[in-house]
Write a protein that binds this ligand. Structure first.
Ligand code: DNO
Length: 356
């Protein structure tokens, strides 16, 4: 496993690559051109600039999260082929720079969502949290306002204000799209891009839906083991695979994570590791990475990754906001760095224990 850390770029992150380099075991960052819109062809000079910035701190770009997918592709509107061409150009440009991992998602309209971005905990920290009972009493505008009011001025990944301003139109675009249609559109996209991915050895790693159920009536097709296998079956290519995000899949207690990980041997290209604490039906708080702080058994999860010989990039995912830090919600330095130290300990113990 290669330990990495998400970094949003100099103009968007409160954390620097120099700080990231000092976290034990971290070899690379997972980054993106955060000021690009879905559908844009990425500028070669901008890719080279961020690459040399990361390398100047002694790190590598271990992957891109995300090259976001335009809604025309997800909803199969008449202009989708043009956006697929643009996506292929981005992949070629990344491939030329030897960047070989791309995380993306296929969630309609918006990316991950929460009912609270800063829920206070008894320990004085705060966390992202989700409560279906609150979300079901909101309309989409309420959700936008609620996320905006607690985002500390940061633009959340996948919630580009330009796109969100057109949310009514976006919802209409998906009016006739059900899960089967959305999956068909994903298959069309993957078939079109796979030859380029194979040429450059770019591993496409789809991110699960977060939370792992439909929100605001939109279809969701990456929620559980069946969905993940259906995705792998859409195109049989070593480049078609998944981001195993323990927190997203783990939002649903029916998802048996170690079992899902084992069943996806060879198809996991990237891992996001974090913990969640179940509080009731479709209600959870995010937690510290430590098993006892949440509901997921991190030992069993890491053991499953080790058992299947996973050697791709892994990053700690959302942490608590601790010690008064102000940063992108979920993406502070301190708790994610503590999370890495814990994951490092689990890994060393599992590897050495397994040899005895
Ligand atoms: C949220 C992230 C997501 C993820 C995208 C991948 O914190 O896990 O925004 O990056 O869904 O495309």
């Amino acid at each position: 496993m290669k330990m990495t850390f998400r970094w949003f770029g100099d103009n968007f992150d409160t954390i620097t690559p120099e700080q990231i380099r000092q976290i034990p075991a971290v070899k690379g960052v997972i980054t993106t051109l955060y000021d690009t819109m879905p559908g844009e062809v990425w500028d070669v000079a901008a890719i080279q600039k961020i690459k040399s910035r990361v390398e100047s701190a002694g790190l590598e770009i271990s992957g891109i999260e995300s090259v976001n997918i335009h809604d025309a592709i997800k909803a199969a509107t008449p202009d989708r082929d043009m956006y697929i061409e643009n996506y292929i150009k981005c992949l070629e440009r990344l491939g030329e720079e030897k960047i070989e991992l791309v995380c993306y998602n296929f969630m309609p309209v918006f990316d991950w969502t929460r009912s609270d971005l800063a829920k206070p905990r008894p320990d004085g920290s705060n966390v992202l949290s989700y409560d279906a009972a609150i979300v079901e009493n909101m309309n989409f505008e309420d959700m936008l306002e609620s996320l905006g009011s607690k985002s500390e001025g940061f633009i959340l990944p996948g919630w580009e204000p330009e796109r969100m301003a057109r949310n009514k139109e976006l919802f209409e675009t998906y009016a006739d799209i059900d899960e089967a249609k959305l999956r068909e559109n994903l298959g069309y996209f993957l078939k079109a891009i796979m030859p380029t991915c194979e040429k450059y050895n770019i591993k496409m790693a789809i991110h699960p839906d977060d939370p792992a159920w439909s929100v605001f009536g939109l279809p969701r097709i990456v929620k559980n083991k069946e969905d993940l296998h259906a995705l792998c079956d859409l195109v049989d290519s070593p480049c078609n695979g998944v981001t195993l995000c323990t927190g997203s899949l783990g939002s649903n207690p029916d998802n048996d994570l170690p079992e899902i990980i084992r069943s996806l041997k060879g198809k996991i290209h990237f891992a996001h590791i974090r913990n969640v604490k179940y509080l009731g039906d479709r209600k959870f708080d995010e937690a510290a990475h430590l098993s006892e702080d949440g509901s997921l058994d991190m030992y069993e999860i890491i053991k499953a990754f080790v058992d299947i010989g996973f050697n791709g990039a892994v990053r700690p995912d959302h942490g608590r906001m601790v010690w008064g830090e102000k940063s992108m919600p979920g993406y502070g330095l301190y708790d994610r760095a503590m999370g890495i130290c814990y994951l490092n300990g689990l890994l060393e113990a599992i590897r050495k224990g397994g040899k005895k």
